[in-house]
Design a binder for this molecule. Sequence first.
Ligand code: ADP
Ligand code: NI
Length: 218
Amino acid sequence: MIDQAEILAQTEVYVKEKLSGEGSGHDWWHIYRVRQNARSLCQQGDVDTFVVELAALLHDIGDHKFHNGDTSVGPRLARAWLMELGVDEAIIGHVTEIIADLSFKGSGVATPMRTREGMVVQDADRLDALGAIGIARTFAFGGHKGRPLYDPAIPPTEHHSFAAYQSSQAPTINHFYEKLLLLKERLNTPAARRMAEARHMFMEQFLAQFFAEWEGKA
Ligand code: ADP
Ligand code: NI
């Protein structure tokens, strides 16, 4: 069997090719940043970094948002890929479980992770939804979906099911209240909570400035 470094290198090439040209904020560079975040978080504790890196690399192939809400595509593609490389079944099972469980599914829907590795990858993904990058990705996604920036007549809502969250057509600003500003309290690891603080404050400043400019007050 090829060694772990080679498996990661080949997986990187595979994911780059699959996500190239993606225009909604889920491109290769999202994967790169999630992996960097995960590496920072791994420094704190006792986790299997091979599982963390594989799950970070593979977490958005076959994303449900681009497969009509089908959450089984990503884990299935990841399994097929890792089997092709001859990776151990225990590792494949762990990585695909992480990919299946990780996604945000609405503010009223719990998304617990079973293992420390899963907690790290989920936190790493969520950190990339925050801060300056989070703002950029959110407006990229809204534009990709043809959503308005903001409509004062449409208030944010809490989503109690994944289906309701997925089918939302709300203006992009609402996403800050329906997800992004809630993430700080939902991170699994203390290290991620520390990293989230500055990113959270930056989004709050952005929103205050946005609403002031909206009314010609800044
Ligand atoms: P997760 O990474 O937990 O699976 P998603 O893939 O749903 O979460 O979202 C990733 C990013 O895509 C969000 O952080 C946000 O930037 C953008 N995004 C997702 N849904 C929306 C939306 N309804 N409006 C604006 N941006 C969105
Ligand atoms: Ni992601």
